[in-house]
Design a protein around this ligand. Structure first.
Ligand code: NI
Length: 162
């Protein structure tokens, strides 16, 4: 896997903070922009309430077309703290499988010529600082609701640690 600056990363690089993961693709006509706007809003709420406890992550389901540069440029429109992740077709497919995200990118397309849509799940996945799954938020949850759940989970997590 590669982040939007071209660095090789694995999920272990993100230990120590909660991760909020969203799967999408930069050419998505409507849902991804809405969800990323929501992510940008909730990032600010979480920071205000609980401080620097979370890494927001966008993983592309369209590795053919979403290069690190493309992902970086795209995410800059939403929030400068969202980390974009892309990678090889096989690696992206594997990650989607891990999170049970439906992966529909066709295996044999010409990214320069073919115009295709990518179906993807509409969930945000919350993982704790050790990388364990905490909970999932659907499209109907508001930025406020998600942010408060995250802050709540963070204080629970911290009270168990101390
Ligand atoms: Ni989308």
């Amino acid at each position: 896997m590669v982040d939007h600056d071209g660095n090789q990363v694995t999920d272990k690089d993100f230990r120590g903070k909660f991760m909020l993961i969203y799967f999408g693709f930069t050419r998505c006509p409507d849902v991804c922009p809405e969800e990323l706007d929501k992510m940008a809003d909730l990032i600010e709420i979480v920071k205000k309430v609980s401080g620097d406890i979370m890494t927001p992550i966008f993983i592309t389901c369209d590795p053919w077309r979403d290069t690190p540069e493309r992902v970086k440029e795209y995410l800059a429109e939403f929030h400068n703290e969202i980390i974009g992740i892309t990678g090889s077709y096989e690696n992206i497919k594997k990650v989607c499988k891990t999170y049970r995200v439906y992966f529909s990118t066709p295996p044999n397309v010409d990214p320069n010529k073919d115009d295709y849509l990518v179906d993807h799940s509409l969930f945000m996945y919350l993982m704790d600082p050790q990388g364990e799954f905490v909970e999932v938020f659907g499209k109907n949850a508001t930025a406020e609701e998600i942010a408060l759940r995250i802050c709540d989970n963070a204080s629970k997590y911290n009270s168990l640690k101390t």
